[in-house]
Design a protein around this ligand. Sequence first.
Ligand code: MN
Length: 286
Amino acid sequence: MTARSLRAVLPAPRPHWVGDGFLVSPLFGDLAFSEAISPFLMLDWAPEHHFPPAPAARGVGPHPHRGFETVTIVHAGEVVHRDSAGHGGRIGPGDVQWMTAGGGLEHEEMHADALHRDGGPVSMAQLWVNLPSRSKRVPPRYQPILATEIPVIDAPDHRLRLVAGDFADRRGPAATHTPLTVIDGHLAAGAALAPTFPDGWTVLIAVLDGEVSVAGRSVTGPAVAVLDRRGDTVPLAAHGDAHVLLLAGEPIDEPIAHMGPFVMNTREELIEAVADWRAGRMGRLD
Ligand code: MN
């Protein structure tokens, strides 16, 4: 076993609104959409925000995606999803929505009715996961993953929810296109653990809340620790209650071309995506 060393700590950028429903901080900062964090692309973190009652649902109206997956992990509140491929769903605290945009769709992400009628807190994370070129045009897919379906690795001082991947002899429910692991974890004061991921993989520890020592360096959330790809174990210690996402995956060794809601391999494919969307070839959300 070789402990990984810390490559960088990314402080949280200033929050911005996505639509009128999500006040998020893009935690990968300057490394978003770069090879350094492949297969991950982007991570928007919305810490708990209390919304007063409103006459209509807040959220993000219809917009397209192509070439990657969006993974929404809800911690507070309830979000309703609807897309042009005919998928839809409602996810609440602890639930995860794993959406494969693949060849393209339009979708909307809104607060649930009760939330805009009565008001209430919203907290969620949305991770964007890249697809390899061979999967960038697969049919759109929607995996609703309820909290009750997520294996929990429970210890006196930590609780890890395995959303995707193999970890500690368990397997997360999400089907993925490349090998990767997504864990939503809570650490208690005094927790010390050393999760292991394959040598050569990207490993990112997103400290959403609290303070965690990562490979010997104290990281105060919200912030992301980027580990070296060499090695396997990641020494973690919590000084108090902490909420973390453990993200690990085999890098996709391909060019990344990104423009707004599209992530392809080349600029030509981005131009094609815009044209396809404008022509209605990704479907339309009524
Ligand atoms: Mn979206």
